[in-house]
Design a protein around this ligand. Sequence first.
Ligand code: GLU
Length: 434
Amino acid sequence: MSSQPQSAAPDLSIPSYLNADNLGPWGNYLRQVDRVAPYLGSLSRWLETLKRPKRILIVDVPIELDNGTVAHFEGYRVQHNVSRGPGKGGVRYHQDVTLSEVMALSAWMSVKNAAVNVPYGGAKGGIRVDPRKLSRGELERVTRRYTSEIGIIIGPNTDIPAPDVNTNEQVMAWMMDTYSMNQGQTATGVVTGKPIALGGSLGRREATGRGVFVVGCEAARRTGLAIEGARVAVQGFGNVGGIAARLFQEAGSKIVAVQDHTGSLYKSTGMDAAALLEHVAKTGGVAGFTGADPLANDEFWTIETDVLIPAALENQITEKNAGKIRTKIIVEGANGPTTTAADDILHDKGVLVIPDVVANAGGVTVSYFEWVQDFSSFFWTEEEINQRLERVMREAFAAVWQVASEHNVSMRTAAFIVACKRILMARELRGLYP
Ligand code: GLU
């Protein structure tokens, strides 16, 4: 009879979904974290915390389609870290959503919330679905069933969803209602980015784009670039890229190139961002806009600009196109648009990259204001919101700029140093339980 060892050696290997070889956004995030380790001093003892999401929930989302059949979608909610406060982060609807992507997005929320010092951990959700193929009724049923399924881990004090790619105020209203119906009481603070009539905040819809503009101006000021007359290119013309483009144009910049999933446009003298926003609202994309010339998609990255704003999806600037980019400043409106390999190429070329975790933090900053207003049932003016937003963004930029100069590192590594120190300090002070 073969005897089993009394106690088998524990399997310490990393689960496959956490694998650092992952070439997608999660692998990119892990490589970004690794660059911070040398700057954390004794806090580096806790670094592994950041490489493992605290909680992952995968849910089946079945709905009845309008044609009477039943369709199943896969949904996720990942709470990456809650050391500094409840989980916080958006919900994305996209046909390519994967668990590894949502994990990375949740981790970037932890870093972002710490970088701008709002009292939240990081979380993110998503459903693998193409919302453009759903009717309004189907979209509502997907949203309500998903909210019910993740209802066991979300709440105003535990994890607060918000809009992200392809979700909006209406989706947040359905989420708030579903959660509230299940709780038996109206809980406005369970999501942010709601309609104003349901406890939403003035300025929230524009906050991410406004934040991109504010840090873009800070970067320009410190590098001696004039915003007036600056050539700006924007990838993604939704709530982030479109609003940022409009604000840059209002400040005198020229929007010379844009790209989205429908095509690319070019106009050397600058196109009218407000008119393009209207066109996108009507047709669903930039293609067909008559106020600029069509551009081949590959050429978008080679256009000479002063400010380039990737505001679409992850992994857009890679080692394949980074070498061709001719710009002075990149302001990351999207989450994770640049791979670490591309980061190094851009750094060597002297391009200043303002990382996502600072550049697009305006959205979650005003989400924080919304949550605070919901709790106190006292609402601020748009002017107050915008002033506070600008202050938070400027202070975060300044703190990261200083760390970047002190250690002679990129703005991304500096932002991770500032943020990871805050998260791991909280981790250390709380201690391990039990
Ligand atoms: N989805 C946005 C982001 O990626 C906002 C998240 C929020 O407001 O919670 O930062």
